[in-house]
Design a protein around this ligand. Structure first.
Ligand code: NAD
Length: 484
């Protein structure tokens, strides 16, 4: 079965090349996937351009696009088990996590279905009763949507749903490491009635296809989620053609724990649990993972001991095994990065309290598993405290005053997400306002909703996904001044 969709036709690579999809739980080949050439990528952009310029889709009644968005959600629910299995095989995350991702994706398509149905024209009073003035939203045009490997289906859907709602045409480029769920989604988009050429799909490495997709005068908007370095390269390419660009990048997210949040045994245990889950979920391969734990000094020793105990109880195993609570890292590359990161931490003088290596269970020997890792006695000058880990490694720093906690929480080039645990409502409010991050969780961690914007301050990116702003990224505003 061909894996590239160009102008309404499923085709193989122009060069006949394929890339093996690897199961990170045991290193086995899941299946080969057609690998697009730069010419295939240019053809996909050209098909999206033709479909946009034709006008039938971009000016279609909004009710038609709303119906398609709801149909996509229904079809995803129909195929939930099959897609969740593919996502787990491809990424290594547990089946339960993949199922939650699909539920969230369904909610995103329904949210943008509901939002698209609301007319957004704005009347403007220009002071002359003879003039009818209004601001209308129109689709931005051809969009290139590039996603990472950690939440493959979720991240691409945060882009596809608003792009369809707006009436854009698009080229999807999943990560070459995890293309399977995006191929399944694209087949669903077709089945739901998205016309030929409106959605195109190319698989392959960004280093090969990047220029064809992003340094391309036919592209009106690039929406990219991935690493800081790639985002910078893409923003430079986009600037050449004055294409709009939305980049959602990395994070080094603080999770700040005040002693008053741990006053009882119960609240102490809940805090330890949320801090540990906030970093070890999906083996830490989460852009908003709370890898930088900042604890009030008076409780820090006890808190770190409890975190270490908790880290040692995480049950690792293949994502398809119902007993697994966390799966492997996605690839050998990520595993190598973790090994280097631990070496760096030790060299920098941080105290390695647990983990720092692969598990010694022979049953996991062929997979890319890495033990939950805790580094204590860290400080802000260490590169392990400032560099995005993207793995199950947390660093602990201590503070004495609220002012110090806030300073440390903002002491990062990123600004994606932050967590604060405190029993004091006034302090919670001061911290929430003071933290320069796109999302701040108080006494909770990791939650989001399709109706609220997601994005970063600082080098965590620009623009927003989700919420009304997530739709606005795919629209141009036009002022119509009518003095007929
Ligand atoms: P990456 O930057 O290596 O790759 C992301 C995507 O870009 C992939 O599809 C890749 O093939 C493509 N790509 C690579 N080079 C390209 C180029 N020159 N031109 C065009 N496309 C190119 O990132 P990754 O390793 O897949 O993902 C991990 C990163 O993603 C982390 O930094 C993580 O924080 C970030 N992330 C951010 C969010 C967010 O919401 N802010 C969400 C998830 C992941």
């Amino acid at each position: 079965m061909a894996d590239l969709l160009i102008g309404g036709k499923w085709v193989e690579s122009g060069s006949g090349a394929t890339r093996d999809c690897i199961n990170p739980a045991d290193g086995s080949v899941i299946r080969p996937v057609d690998e697009a050439t730069p010419d295939d990528a240019r053809a996909a952009v050209a098909a999206a351009r033709t479909a946009f310029d034709d006008g039938a889709w971009s000016t279609s009644p909004v009710a038609d696009r709303v119906a398609i968005l709801y149909r996509i959600a229904d079809l995803l629910e129909r195929d939930k088990q099959e897609i969740a299995r593919a996502e787990t095989l491809d990424t290594g995350k547990t089946l339960a996590e993949s199922e939650i991702d699909i539920d969230d994706v369904v909610a995103v398509f329904r949210y943008y279905g509901a939002l698209a149905a609301v007319r957004s024209d704005r009347a403007v009073d220009v002071g002359d009763p003879a003039v009818i003035s209004r601001v209308v939203a129109q689709p931005v045009g051809v969009c290139v949507l590039i996603a990472p490997w950690n939440y493959p289906l979720l991240q691409i859907s945060w882009k596809v749903a608003p792009a369809i709602a707006a009436g854009c045409t698009m080229v999807l480029k999943p990560s070459e490491v995890t293309p399977l769920s995006t191929i399944a989604l694209t087949r669903i988009l077709e089945e739901a009635g998205v016309p030929d050429g409106v959605v195109n799909l190319v698989n392959g490495a960004g280093s090969d296809l990047g220029a064809a997709l992003t340094d391309n005068p036919d592209v009106d908007l690039i929406s990219f989620t991935g690493g800081l370095r790639t985002g910078t390269v893409i923003a430079e390419s986009a600037a050449e053609h004055v294409s709009k660009v939305v980049v959602e990048l990395g994070g080094k997210n603080p999770h700040i724990v005040f002693a008053d949040a741990c006053a009882t045994d119960e609240s102490f245990a809940a805090s330890v649990d949320q801090v540990a889950t906030g970093v070890f979920l999906h083996s830490g391969q989460v852009c908003s993972a709370g890898t930088r734990v900042i604890v009030e000094a008076s409780i820090a020793d006890r808190f770190v001991d409890a975190l270490v105990d908790r880290a040692r109880t995480v049950v690792m195993g293949p994502g398809l095994d119902p007993n697994s609570r966390t799966g492997p890292l996605v690839s050998q590359t990520q595993l190598d990065k973790m090994i280097d990161f631990v070496r760096l931490g030790v060299d920098e003088g941080a105290v390695l309290r647990t983990g720092g290596q692969q598990p010694d269970d022979p049953a996991l020997g062929d997979g890319y598993f890495f033990l939950p890792t805790v580094f204590d006695r860290c400080d802000r000058t260490m590169s392990i405290v400032q560099t995005e880990t993207f793995g199950p490694i947390l660093t602990v720093e201590r503070f004495d005053t609220e002012e110090q906690a806030l300073t440390l929480g903002n002491d990062t080039q990123y600004g994606l997400a932050a967590g604060v645990r405190t029993a004091d409502p006034a302090r919670a409010d001061r911290m929430a306002r003071g933290l320069r991050h796109g999302t701040v969780w108080i006494n909770d961690f990791g939650y989001y909703t399709p109706a609220a914007e997601w994005g970063g301050f600082g080098k965590s990116g620009n623009g927003r996904e989700l919420g009304p702003s997530g739709l606005a990224e795919y629209q141009e505003l036009k002022h119509i001044w009518n003095n007929t």
